[in-house]
Write a protein that binds this ligand. Structure first.
Ligand SMILES: [Mg+2]
Length: 370
């Protein structure tokens, strides 16, 4: 296969409602769709949508890395790793790898996951249990959103906390708990926003709630505090922002900082790097959850194929994020009884909708030449 043309499409997705996190208020997501074409007219797509808080490149560095990476592929590099100096630009690297896999898998009429260059113990699943993201500022909004998500069959509901006083978060969490039906659990995501002391105060209140896990209660580099909070024993701890590079995972394992590790293939440089980390985490006895980067449906589709190849029986993945957008680059992946339908067919199983791509672009696409 020879890459004959590369185009990069800058896009912007507006959120239906702002999402407040400890990293700031999200009102939109901006990124780039990568389009690679081969000599026989085949096309593959990948999504680069960096986000604050995960030690990723900014949009301008991402664009530069995509230019360099595409140029390398056009010059005949056979892999993303050899295409260009993408080190430290994981969003760009991941998008290029996904576009290459998509193109290669379509060419061989295989599903995206079947094309991964690694072996997994279980065959792919076509449905993935996914958590629902609760969006809402106050108790009334939270109750309303929770009812909708429970109606969609989600058995795990996630709420962002730690970007306001604990007294307010406590009321919001209680509103969510009051909305639950039997069998539905909640998970909290503090995005590293608490001090150890604030986290201890929160953990002290956890015992009465059906709490499945808490993501990143304290700052990503404060692994000792996470290890001490684990001893508190009221809730399993998931490392998220603490694990943005392979070396970070080693530190989390060594320090005993987490029960669970959250892997975002779109933030980790793509499926190959993510799989190496998942294998290492599972070998060390950690549970793996896969989440999106609140990126476009193209990025979420790639993450869903990756998650579908991991061992079964894990907690719900965080891939039901398409509903936060006013409009996406293609229709959001279907959620059926709390499970996400992994796209079927060759390659990623979906392509961007040309009209949506036109409507959501922030600038004309740029062509990369070798
Ligand atoms: Mg998180």
């Amino acid at each position: 296969m020879r890459i004959q043309a590369a185009r990069v499409h800058p896009y912007r997705l507006g959120l239906r409602s702002p999402i407040a996190t400890a990293h700031g208020l999200l009102t939109e997501r901006r990124g780039f769709l990568v389009e690679l074409s081969d000599e026989s007219g085949g096309v593959g797509w990948g999504d680069a949508c960096p986000i604050a808080g995960f030690n990723m490149e900014d949009l301008s560095d991402c664009q530069e890395a995509l230019r360099a990476g595409c140029a390398g592929l056009l010059q005949g590099a056979v892999s993303v790793a050899s295409a260009a100096a993408n080190g430290g630009r994981p969003a760009a690297q991941g998008a290029l790898e996904v576009a290459l896999f998509d193109l290669s898998a379509r060419q061989q009429r295989q599903g995206f996951a079947e094309f991964f260059p690694f072996e997994t113990p279980d065959p792919s699943v076509d449905r993935l249990p996914v958590s629902g993201l609760v969006v809402g500022h106050d108790a009334a909004e939270i109750r309303s959103c929770a009812r909708t998500l429970i109606g969609l069959g989600h058995q795990s509901l996630k709420l962002k906390v730690a970007n306001r006083a604990w007294s307010e978060d406590r009321i919001r969490i209680q509103a969510l708990v009051d909305s639950l039906i039997p069998g539905v659990q909640i998970r909290l995501d503090a995005n590293g926003g608490w001090t150890e002391e604030q986290a201890r105060q929160a953990f002290g209140a956890f015992s009465g709630w059906p709490l499945e896990l808490i993501e990143q209660p304290v700052a990503p580099d404060n692994l000792d505090a996470m290890a001490r909070l684990r001893e508190f024993g009221t809730c399993p701890i998931a490392a998220d922002e603490s694990v943005v590079r392979a070396a970070d995972l080693e530190k989390v394992i060594e320090s005993g900082a987490a029960d669970i590790v959250v892997l975002k293939p779109s933030a980790l440089g793509g499926p190959t790097a993510s799989f190496e980390m998942a294998a290492k985490a599972i070998h060390a006895g950690l549970t793996v959850i896969v989440t999106s980067l609140l990126d476009s449906v193209i990025g979420v589709a790639a993450a869903s194929h990756f998650a579908a190849r991991l061992p079964r029986g894990r907690p719900a993945d965080g891939l039901a994020t398409g509903a936060i957008f006013e409009q996406d680059l293609a229709p959001a992946l279907a959620i059926v009884e709390g499970q996400l339908a992994v796209p079927e067919g060759a390659g990623l199983g979906l392509r961007p909708d040309p009209d949506a791509l036109e409507a959501l672009r922030t600038a004309p696409p740029f062509e990369v030449h070798s």
